[in-house]
Ligand binder design. Structure first.
Ligand code: HEM
Length: 517
């Protein structure tokens, strides 16, 4: 059995519990990025309401927030609380999203861009929260303003006089209004741009959370807003020392550090952590296999591979080889994750073609061409012994299947289960396997985002190239597993073996070999 690091093991166990509680479609841990987007929507809409009643002048800001909180508690107060709690929830989900990608080893190799573009996004969100606290202009707002100014003053290219703005009554209205402009417009626009960059390399990105999860999260936020409404501290007074500040640790976590170290050192620590996070994809580096290759002689330009590619690595262009087809596809090697899903999408990957010849398909993986996959299946079937011959088709990123090999069981592992042409299952059954057991990543959590989704659709006939009707469904079993689900897999396989045994017995007993389902 291959080694699974304890962080990954613990995380997968937690996801399994959540699967039991929520089902895979609504599992919050499978939807953390989408949930972050949902919380941003709540922040955005509640923020619009607050903006209407907020006085952007220094003298009126505090009173306008107090008015919303107390006089208009039933709308303004709730909106303020929703704004605060959804912002906190967004930071929690972002951190969890980041941790998940790290724990499951999905931050390096071809994923470097998603990771690197995620790190600054986190900081943009935090600085957006900081200006938000600043705007309330209460004791906490003043604290944030003063310490932020010290931080800005510590930058080598700043003249070093910003914190003086916050002594006595020197704070200018104009400066405060600039903060409001940043918080209400500048920073949100910047953040939206950062989000766009972050998901730019992915295709078919879903940014809306599943309905049930969104409704549940909203109810939780609303309940929290009613039970513990967000309130202000006393109004800002630069001449007064504040004894107790209720810090929001999700946003203001850097400031307490300044009790112990200088502003310059705070920068060094913060930038150091950021740099470390940014370098993580290369420590140690993970290699992505060679990119998919197009074989134009076998490509009819059907575009299915371009539609299925989860990383937008395949584009469609006008035919260049004079063939009668209108289009051809082209692979961008820099974007290719080498998942092989395109091979499973290509109708020419049908193993029944070119029997006893080299099987060439329209798009293939140079490190494991479809011809080799077919050869592996042939060899595996030849090795099978006994009356109940099972072929297991699995993927390299879910569960280590090699331990399952036995006299009556042979394993073929692909880069992703989406790499498997549906016809390969039919081929195995037609060439001597009594049953095909298919394993892949857990439902809702494909390592390559869409591999098991496309496989399901090919099997139910809703996405080309489909599993044909002639494939005997009763001899095919799909079981989804993560690296830690080995015991469950053994159980499922044993059940399937017994079932096939029974099926074979019935087949032998039936007149003319008829199959009963
Ligand atoms: C600021 C808030 C963020 C939001 C709203 C967000 C949202 C998303 C979404 C929607 C996806 C696509 C998921 C999919 O469809 O498979 C994604 C992918 C990803 N995110 Fe984020 N993200 C955020 C921050 C971060 C951060 C801070 C990191 C890590 C530093 C990060 C790392 C990644 C990685 C590595 C992927 C690629 C997943 C894959 O290829 O399967 N994200 N993010």
């Amino acid at each position: 059995m291959s080694f699974i690091n304890p962080i990954k093991r613990a995380y997968l166990a937690m996801e399994a519990w959540f699967n039991i509680a929520f089902g895979s479609e609504w599992n919050p841990l499978y939807n953390i990025g989408r949930l972050s987007f949902f919380f941003f929507w709540v922040v955005f809409i509640s923020g619009l309401y607050l903006f209407i009643f907020f006085d952007t002048s220094l003298s009126g800001a505090y009173a306008s927030v107090e008015y919303m909180t107390h006089e208009q508690w039933y709308v303004g107060g709730v909106m303020r609380s929703l704004h605060r709690y959804a912002s906190d929830a967004a930071v929690i989900t972002i951190l969890l999203h980041m941790f998940r990608e790290f724990a499951l080893g999905r931050y390096n190799g071809f994923r470097w861009f998603s990771w690197i573009s995620g790190v600054p996004t986190l900081w943009f969100v935090i600085t957006l929260g900081i200006t938000g606290y600043w705007l309330v202009w209460d004791e906490l707002g003043l604290y944030v303003a003063m310490l932020s100014s010290q931080l800005i003053d510590a930058l080598p290219f700043i003249s070093g006089s910003m914190s003086r703005n916050f002594i006595g009554d020197q704070v200018s209205d104009r400066f405060f209004t600039l903060m409001a402009f940043l918080h209400f417009l500048g920073q949100p626009l910047f953040l939206i741009f950062a989000f766009w960059i972050h998901v730019k390399r992915l295709s078919l990105v879903k940014i809306s959370a599943p309905k049930g999860l969104a409704i549940g999260s909203f109810i939780a936020l609303l309940a929290l807003s009613l039970v513990a409404p967000a309130v202000s501290h006393k109004p800002a007074d630069a001449g007064q020392v504040t004894a107790v500040l209720n810090l929001d640790w999700f946003y203001l976590n850097v400031y307490p550090l300044m009790d112990y170290v200088t502003a310059g050192q705070t920068w060094l620590i913060t930038l150091g952590v950021t740099l470390f996070l940014m370098l993580l994809p290369w420590l140690p580096p993970k290699k992505t296999g060679p990119a998919a290759e197009v074989h134009l002689d076998y490509c009819n330009g059907c575009e299915q591979c371009a539609e299925d590619c989860p990383y937008d690595a395949i584009t469609v262009q006008a035919r260049t080889d004079g063939a009668k087809f209108e289009h051809e596809v082209k692979v961008n090697a820099h974007l290719c994750a080498a998942c092989g899903i395109c091979v499973g999408s290509c109708p020419a990957s049908n193993p029944f073609r070119m029997k006893n010849e080299l099987l060439v398909t329209g798009i293939d993986m140079p490190q494991m061409p479809i011809n080799d996959v077919r050869d592996h299946v042939d060899a595996a079937i030849a090795k099978l012994k006994g009356d109940n011959k099972i072929i297991i088709l699995g993927c390299d990123n879910a569960l280590d299947l090699s331990a399952l090999e036995a006299d009556g069981v042979q394993v073929i592992s692909l880069f992703c289960i989406g790499m498997m042409p549906a016809t390969l299952v039919e081929y195995a059954l037609a060439n001597g396997a009594d049953g095909v057991f298919i394993s892949g990543c857990r439902t809702g959590d494909c390592y390559y985002r869409y591999g098991n989704v496309w496989m399901d659709k090919r099997f139910d006939g809703s996405r080309q190239p489909i599993l044909r009707q002639r494939a005997e469904r009763s001899r095919i079993k799909v079981f989804r597993a993560a690296a830690t689900d080995s015991r469950k897999l053994h159980r499922e396989l044993a059940e399937f073996q017994n079932y096939i045994k029974q099926l074979n017995k019935e087949k032998r007993a039936a007149p003319h070999g008829a199959v009963h389902e």
